[in-house]
Design a binder for this molecule. Structure first.
Ligand SMILES: [Cu+2]
Length: 123
């Protein structure tokens, strides 16, 4: 039963992949519509640091710290993506990504990688 579901998912999934990249930058994060999950960046941490979303949905980060932070995807379906390292965000700036491909997207803040880690699981 499980393998039947898996095959069905893969079939749907491979037809979607033909058009869409695994992950893409949302051009106007503050105006993003559709299914959006918000993550705050505060006190040197992503909140929540771990989330689960459906394929095709948008995740939006907003920096609420005085210190600049970013989002840099590492590994998973984003491996090798040339835009994996997001721009530094000043206070009140946002950044949003649309996750098209299921998988585990681990990320860090580039300058604070030891303290700041997160993960987006796309189902
Ligand atoms: Cu940071």
């Amino acid at each position: 039963m499980r393998s039947i579901v898996l095959v069905a998912c893969l079939t749907v999934f491979s037809s979607a992949v033909a058009q869409a990249a695994p992950v893409e930058i949302v051009e106007n994060p503050s105006a993003a519509s559709g299914e959006v999950t918000n993550i705050s960046i505060k006190d040197m941490a992503y909140g929540p640091a771990t989330i689960k979303v459906k394929a095709g949905s948008i995740v939006r980060w907003k920096n609420e710290d005085e210190v600049a932070h970013n989002v840099q995807l590492r590994g998973g379906p984003a491996k090798g993506w040339d835009k994996a390292q997001g721009p530094m965000l000043n206070k009140d700036e946002s950044y949003a990504l649309k996750f098209n491909e299921p998988g585990s997207y681990k990320y860090i803040c580039t300058p604070h990688s030891i303290a700041m880690k997160g993960e987006v699981t796309v189902e």
